[in-house]
Design a protein. Structure first.
Lengths: 144, 144
DNA sequence: CGGTAACCGTCGATTTTGTAACTAACAAGC
DNA sequence: GCTTGTTAGTTACAAAATCGACGGTTACCG
């Protein structure tokens, strides 16, 4: 009978690794700023692009629109972002970090980059190959 | 101001990739057998090890014990597994697939292996390096 | 022994997430 | 202009994950 070693099975391993990396990364923004993952992603996306609509944030960060909607509201209530009606299309709202939000972003980013650098360091020369393989896989699966 | 390109950030990329691989893999066991992810994992673990307690399944497949408990009950109701009290320790139950459960397992496994092989094929010669890098990362993060 | 601590598995309650319906706004065809 | 179809974002509801506590059992240690 054919068997499968679950602990060596690629989908399972990716799932597990992604969860533990996320968990470890939480230490970077969790304790100091009390952010959820969706909130962190909205913050990171707006920090990177200055202004964006909720729709665009969802597309770029691969989040469902209700998740974006809730994260945006939470950040708004913390005064980390503001919304303003688009002059072109009054259905959409242009989001932008407040100075408070940018301050938080500026605090987290160096720590996030250090976190990533630490991981890639432990991989040593394999790091580049991992990134290349990731890119390859992303291409394969993003056709959906 | 320091910025971070979220779409190139390792934790985010792992998370995203893991989600789309899981999603694609769902096509292997979802439509034919209507399994949830926890149920699939319990099935796969029992298929691999013949008999196991719920606790052991949780440890091996990295699932919370309540998740295991409910998945086990669901599979039991489908007559895909049976439980029997351990003679050594009456707190724990020894789980085992029924012939019906093994039949399902036998149907899914070849498709799962083919799915994985297809992925590794598209990576070509980089496949081995990806697996090595994964192993390395797992080691780093499984210390928790 | 006897008592306390640790354990396995289950259950109920809370929180998070996804689905689907809805409002308000735009766009295209006639 | 009017009708029909599509879109951005919110809301209501359902499904799922997580957390805390419990009953019943075993292990530990005086």
């Amino acid at each position: 009978m054919t068997k499968l070693a679950l602990e060596e099975f690629l989908p399972y391993r990716l799932n597990r690794l992604s969860a533990s990396v996320s968990q470890a990364f939480r230490a970077v923004y969790g304790p100091h700023h009390d952010l959820t993952v969706p909130e962190w992603r909205v913050l990171a996306t707006l920090g990177q692009f200055e202004t964006m609509s909720a729709k665009e944030i969802g597309a770029h960060s691969a989040m469902h629109k209700t998740k974006v909607s809730r994260a945006v509201r939470a950040l708004e209530e913390r005064r980390w972002l503001t919304r303003r009606e688009s002059p072109d299309d009054r259905r959409e709202e242009i989001l932008r970090l407040t100075s408070l939000g940018r301050k938080t972003y500026a605090e987290i980013i160096p720590r996030a980059l250090a976190f990533e650098a630490r991981i890639l360091d432990t991989l040593g020369p394999d790091a580049g190959r991992l990134l290349a393989a990731l890119r390859h896989l992303e291409q394969t699966f993003d056709k959906h």
